[in-house]
Design a protein around this ligand. Structure first.
Ligand SMILES: [Zn+2]
Length: 296
């Protein structure tokens, strides 16, 4: 079922409906004890818990997940996930606070928890085929102590596979070495890497071999960037990141980039809402202090 606000309200309007849905997502192959693996399970309906008939272990669908311990009802979580995945430009904690009638702190926490779950990517396949690389800058938070000081800028590199799979991450500086490292880490050695805007690339004066791994094909790099789909992707990326997140602290920028990546790569996935919930179910708990730590 494709998710929209109407069927979200119809199907997930209360706690037990949401819980049932999470159970269906988590135990779609049948419920099993997380401790001993037994399939002989009794339901303790009153407490939303399950009891293993073999080892007596008691568990629930949210145990050990980020849904657990939050005082927020599940249907508010569902709405938050919907609003975040639905909004192409991203939703601010302030907006979420108003929409869900929750405190700012809760809204902020919720945004970051969902983002964190989204960013916990496991084994992303290397990009292949023709991969375009582009760097941009995203403005950081205005530093009040500097008064009229400049916006702190953060360099970001984007990698776009021609079929539309996109990745972005912050980099220390868009130097040739840093960019080459990113490409070596994230791009298959058989791929053709294209770029024309990198200052670092310009410094090697179109010696494109520097940027191409495997089959050398360097014709038309300029036109590839300027025309067609790829150009639109780049524009969407820059507008979204630069437009919506220009006040984002650079500390959390990678999480925002991951959110953008998740939504961008899922832009034609009618089950993005469901897939995001699955991520949340599989994501370990995240404590408030982990989010607010300086190193985070
Ligand atoms: Zn058991």
């Amino acid at each position: 079922m494709e998710t929209n606000l109407i069927n979200l309200i119809q199907h997930y309007s209360d706690e037990s409906k949401c819980r049932k849905y999470l159970e269906a997502l988590k135990w779609h192959e049948g419920i099993k004890c997380p401790r001993c693996g037994s399939a002989k399970i009794s339901h303790i309906e009153k407490r939303n818990q399950y009891d293993c008939d073999e080892c007596r272990y008691q568990f629930s669908v949210t145990a050990g997940t980020i849904f657990h311990d939050s005082h927020l009802p599940l249907w508010k979580w569902f709405l938050a996930v919907y609003l975040m995945t639905e909004s192409k430009k991203g939703i601010s904690a302030n907006q979420l606070k108003r929409s869900l009638a929750i405190s700012y702190k809760t809204a902020w926490y919720l945004c970051h928890r969902i983002r964190k779950a989204i960013s916990e990517t496991t084994d992303k396949p290397l990009l292949n085929g023709i991969v375009e690389v582009d760097e941009t800058y995203v403005g950081g938070k205005y530093d009040r102590r500097r008064k009229r000081g400049p916006w702190e800028k953060q360099a970001v590199v984007g990698l776009l596979q021609r079929d539309g799979t996109f990745e972005a991450k912050t980099i220390k500086t868009p130097s040739k070495k840093v960019l080459t490292d990113v490409i070596h880490k994230r791009v298959d050695t058989n791929a053709t890497v294209m770029t024309d805007e990198l200052a670092a690339y310009k410094s090697v004066n179109h010696r494109a071999e520097e940027w191409v791994c495997g089959d050398v094909h360097t014709n038309g790099i300029e036109s590839a960037w300027s025309f067609g789909k790829t150009h639109a992707h780049k524009t969407v990326f820059k507008r979204s990141i630069v437009g919506s997140y220009h006040k984002v602290s650079t500390k959390h920028l990678d999480a925002y980039l991951d959110e953008f990546e998740w939504k961008f790569n899922g832009r034609e996935n009618p089950y993005l809402f469901r897939d995001t919930l699955i991520r949340l179910l599989n994501s370990p708990k995240l404590e408030f202090k982990d989010l607010t730590e300086k190193s985070a």
